[in-house]
Design a binder for this molecule. Structure first.
Ligand SMILES: O=C(O)[C@@H](CO)OP(=O)(O)O
Length: 258
């Protein structure tokens, strides 16, 4: 029996989604289209009659902005928003800032697909010579985390994302859901994929073919043990959603449009 509704949302398009660069922990804002996607998402959720009690975001601006725009469009700006680095996008290590299509031309599409979608392959780590190292690790937000800055990741597989996300899910999100609160998690493609893998019991192999489009709410109906009672529902126009999924998948092709 369906007891709880949980909503997962990948933020709207960011500036680097558009440029087809690995964005990860670089704090890019939403593009104009991303702002529209987030507003449209809020309007749709309002039309469908949903209400949120609590929203969780990462500490990256694009997920926070998405949460604000959704709540504004729903007329629910008062709903508390709680932020944690544990919901951040996967740390793409040395790949951060690189163009996916150029990487596919250089290393092959298969390799890029493995980097992007495999479960336990960790990309090469970021080091101090990387152009975005200092921007990330000197940012004040990373002094506020529940682990020391030196212990924050330098690259992550999806498995490692799940390892840092699960303790937060269990300690902070689950109790809220179990008290009957309707929760929205406005996060990122890979932090949402990691959580979906956990909730739906997706195998290490099958998670490679799960792609989430930007700005599309995913509804999970959960039983008392927080197991899904039916398949995830991507809300909205299904044809547009399929096209948006294909767009994300095509980003890893050597000739992807930028
Ligand atoms: O750039 C990133 O951090 C992510 C999400 O935008 O990319 P990908 O879809 O390749 O996992």
């Amino acid at each position: 029996m369906s007891m709880y509704k949980l909503f997962l949302l990948r933020h709207g398009e960011g500036a680097w989604n558009r440029e087809n660069r690995f964005c990860s922990w670089v704090d890019q804002k939403l593009s104009e289209d991303g702002v529209k996607e987030a507003r449209d998402c809020g309007r749709l959720l309002k039309e469908l009659g949903y209400n949120f009690d609590l929203v969780f975001t990462s500490i990256l601006s694009r997920s926070i902005q998405t949460a604000w725009l959704v709540l504004e469009a729903m007329g629910q700006e008062w709903v508390p928003v709680v932020k944690s680095w544990r919901l951040n996008e996967r740390h793409y290590g040395a790949l951060i800032g690189l163009n996916r299509a150029e990487m596919a031309a250089r290393h092959g599409e298969e390799k890029v697909k493995l980097w992007r979608r495999s479960y336990d392959i960790t990309p090469p780590p970021i080091d101090e010579s990387h152009p975005y190292f200092s921007e990330i690790y000197t940012d004040r937000r990373y002094s506020t985390c529940d682990v020391e800055k030196e212990k924050l990741p330098r690259a992550e597989s999806l498995k490692e994302v799940l390892d840092r996300l699960l303790p937060y899910w269990e300690s902070t999100v689950v109790p809220e859901i179990c008290q009957g609160r309707t929760v929205l998690i406005a996060a990122h493609g890979n932090s949402c994929r990691a959580l979906l893998k956990h909730l739906e019991g997706i195998s290490d192999e099958d998670i490679a073919s799960v792609t989430l489009p930007t700005g599309i709410p995913v509804l999970l109906e959960l039983d008392a043990q927080l197991k899904p009672v039916k398949g995830r529902q991507l809300l909205g126009d299904q044809q547009k959603i399929q096209a948006a999924i294909k767009k994300v998948e095509d980003q890893g092709k050597a000739k992807a449009s930028t």
